[in-house]
Ligand binder design. Structure first.
Ligand code: ADP
Ligand code: MG
Length: 399
């Protein structure tokens, strides 16, 4: 789960991580009010979307002017003008894809006098089973490019979870970032606070780009990208409260209501499968037969009829779906339950695309009977390869 920059900054404050002063704004009036609470003489108006590259991004609408998603304002009037241009308009950045994201929230921040822009990120490193940090003097830029062209400018290290954070970790970061004097002490405290926040909040990723040194020698986290482990959200109620559904794919939001593992993809074959491994294999075999899956969908090992119905509806509501493949191996899951769910959803919504169902396992005969007697156009398949061939052939034939 991702959160907005302004929410990330609330977490910084909770953990004593230095960041600029600022306030979120949902309307132009709130933006003006926020700007009045800040001293000036420079304000920064920042579009809040779950994607980076906002500064260099472009708005789709001409009414938004030619500025990007992060703009420096020299007066409250300018804050008002920029807020009006950003709110409600669509920002396209290197991370949003060409469709962009509609800006519905802003963050009005105190402008900082920046001397240097640095980079710091932390993530759960599966290879070492530790939290790893990545730091570089080349902040504000595309870090992938830095890693590619000048890998020597990047320091990575991990923290042993058994012994935890030690000041020498922070000194190592300070040295790599070329910090001197009392900035070393600031850095030791900063990295320690970030590590504590990362672990306590069950983060999967934290990226501060840029981490700046101000002209008066202060370290400041000026940006904040945070991603949280969705498996830990049950014990992170304050993080869940920050979820912004408008930033998520509507069909994925619907799927999460029913506890379905659903990921929207770009292809044309909708898949309804039980078990993540079988779902992956189903996607592979669709590709092997020359087409692409429209989604990943695992209904889980013990889905109810309601859950299957909801899953089927999500697939049917996707206009890019040109055919549906239901592939169920009934172990704990009974095939007749799946059949009932599929038939109920198909009746309710009407299926206009080819539908192939492959059932195997517990109560398979009953499941097949329910399908056959439903009066619906359902092609039955005997195994995975047969199912993939039948659905891809049917979709090609349908044109
Ligand atoms: P993004 O990474 O999405 O482009 P950032 O928050 O990193 O957004 O902002 C882009 C750039 O704008 C930063 O690299 C920095 O140069 C500048 N900037 C952002 N916030 C401030 C601020 N409060 N004061 C001064 N400059 C800022
Ligand atoms: Mg940034």
């Amino acid at each position: 789960m991702n959160i907005h920059e302004y929410q990330a900054k609330e977490l910084y404050r909770q953990y004593g991580v230095p960041t600029g002063k600022g306030f979120p704004a949902f309307t132009v009036a709130e933006a003006v009010e926020a700007a009045r609470k800040l001293p000036g003489p420079v304000w920064v108006v920042k579009s809040q979307i779950h994607a980076g590259g906002r500064g260099k991004g472009k708005f789709e609408e001409a009414s938004a002017g030619s500025g990007g998603g992060v703009r420096l304002a020299k007066s409250v009037e300018e804050v008002e003008a920029f807020a009006g241009q950003m709110l409600g308009n669509t920002l396209v950045t290197v991370q949003t894809g060409q469709e962009g994201r509609k800006v519905q929230r802003l963050y009005i921040e105190d402008g900082s006098a920046i001397a240097r822009e640095l980079y710091l990120s932390a993530l759960v490193d599966r290879a070492t089973s530790r939290v790893s940090f990545i730091v570089s003097t080349e902040g504000g830029m595309d870090i992938e490019q830095v890693a590619h062209d000048t890998p020597e400018k990047i320091l990575t290290f991990s923290i042993d979870p058994a012994s935890g954070y030690f000041p020498y970790h922070g000194r190592k970061v300070a040295f790599a970032l070329g910090l001197t004097g009392d900035q070393v002490g600031q850095c030791v405290k900063l990295v320690g606070d970030l590590y504590r926040m990362f672990v306590e909040k069950d983060m999967a990723l934290l990226e501060i780009n840029p981490l700046v040194v101000t002209k008066d020698g202060k370290l400041l986290a000026l940006d904040g990208k945070m991603n949280f482990d969705s498996n830990a959200l049950f014990r992170q109620k304050d993080i869940v409260a920050m979820r912004d559904l408008a930033e998520e794919d509507p069909s994925e939001v619907e799927a999460s209501k029913y506890d379905l593992s659903y990921v929207k993809l770009d292809g044309q074959i909708g898949c309804l499968v039980n078990g993540a491994g079988l779902a992956m294999a189903t996607m592979d075999i669709i590709k092997l037969h020359g087409m692409e899956p429209a989604n990943f969908l695992d209904v889980g090992g013990s889905a109810s009829k309601e859950k299957v119905t909801a899953a089927f509806k999500i697939i049917l509501n996707d206009p890019s779906v040109k055919g549906i493949l239901v592939n169920i191996f009934g172990g704990i899951m009974r095939c007749d339950i799946i059949a009932e769910g599929v038939v109920a959803a198909a009746r309710e919504l009407g299926v206009t695309v080819p539908l192939v169902v492959r059932l195997e396992g517990t109560n398979v005969e009953l499941g097949k009977k329910i399908m056959a007697e439903s009066g619906l156009q359902i092609l039955s398949a005997d195994n995975l390869a047969d199912a993939a061939k039948k659905i891809t052939d049917a979709v090609r034939a349908a044109g």
